[in-house]
Design a protein. Structure first.
Length: 261
């Protein structure tokens, strides 16, 4: 099994380094995902004697791309990213359902997931999903450019992935997301159990990622919009009947945007 490594950046970002196999060891070649800043990546690469081979980008927000130029100049790296993006450094533009194989032999399937932004894509290979800001542990990204309908369809695509798919998102939002999930489904025992575990992890300054798709289906309200308990909570918040799962998603996304915890 491959064990990507998370480099903390800014207040709550993670920049992922992916080895071709196993854990990261000196001498390995690695892939960099969403480098919002270059310096901590360069320091980790040099301290661990790693050789980067490619940069993968999920979307155009600064905290995912601002380190690209320095890394490109230092290591002469190819940059893969969404074809419909204005990111200036992309030399391998990607479209929905593309299949890519990188210099270290790793292959990924590209999934277009508009919603958070219109150019958002995810990278999947069996067992791992690198989903940027589309799917978070127990949450999902805000709608900065896309519509609720687009995001709902994007998340629906991702829920078709196998239960054992590990979810590598790019922010440490799990605790806040689970507190909202408990608010939506106070009787959900899976949410309560996960929240207690994550509270302990964060108290010990531990990373809460990756999660799994199975775990998300049980405790992420944005993936549970067809569940009667989530639909009832959405209806109560909106003070009207909900029409379907897509309508439920739209309501709880709006609800989360203004939620104070």
């Amino acid at each position: 099994m491959i064990y990507p490594h998370a480099i903390p950046a800014f207040n709550d970002n993670y920049i992922w380094l992916i080895p071709a196999a196993g854990i990261i060891r000196p001498g390995q070649t690695v892939i960099i995902i969403d480098p919002g800043v270059a310096r901590p990546v360069i320091e980790y690469l040099e301290n661990n004697k790693l050789q980067p081979c490619s940069i993968l980008i999920t979307h155009h927000h600064y905290d995912h791309v601002d380190g690209i130029e320095e890394l490109r100049q230092r290591f002469s790296l190819p940059v893969y990213g969404p074809a419909n993006s204005a990111i200036p450094w992309i030399d391998h533009p990607l479209y929905d359902n593309d299949e890519i194989t990188l210099k270290n032999g790793m292959s990924f399937h590209v999934i277009a997931t508009p919603g958070h932004t219109l150019d958002h894509i995810c990278y999947y290979q069996p067992g791992m999903l690198f989903c940027g800001d589309t799917l978070f542990a127990a949450g999902c990204g805000r709608l900065f450019e896309g519509t609720a309908e687009q995001m709902f369809q994007s998340l629906t695509q991702l829920t078709r992935l196998p239960d054992d798919t590990r979810i590598f998102c790019t922010h440490e939002y799990t605790l806040e997301n689970l507190m909202f999930a408990r608010h939506v489904e106070p009787e959900n025992e899976d949410v309560r159990t996960r929240l207690a575990r994550v509270q302990q992890q964060r108290a010990n300054s531990q990373i809460t990622l990756p999660s799994t798709m199975a775990e998300e289906r049980l405790s992420n309200p944005f993936l549970r919009c067809s569940e009667p308990s989530v639909m009832a909570a959405a209806s109560h918040f909106a003070q009207r009947p909900v029409n379907d799962a897509a309508d439920t998603f739209k309501i709880i996304r709006f609800w989360k945007d203004g939620w104070q915890g």
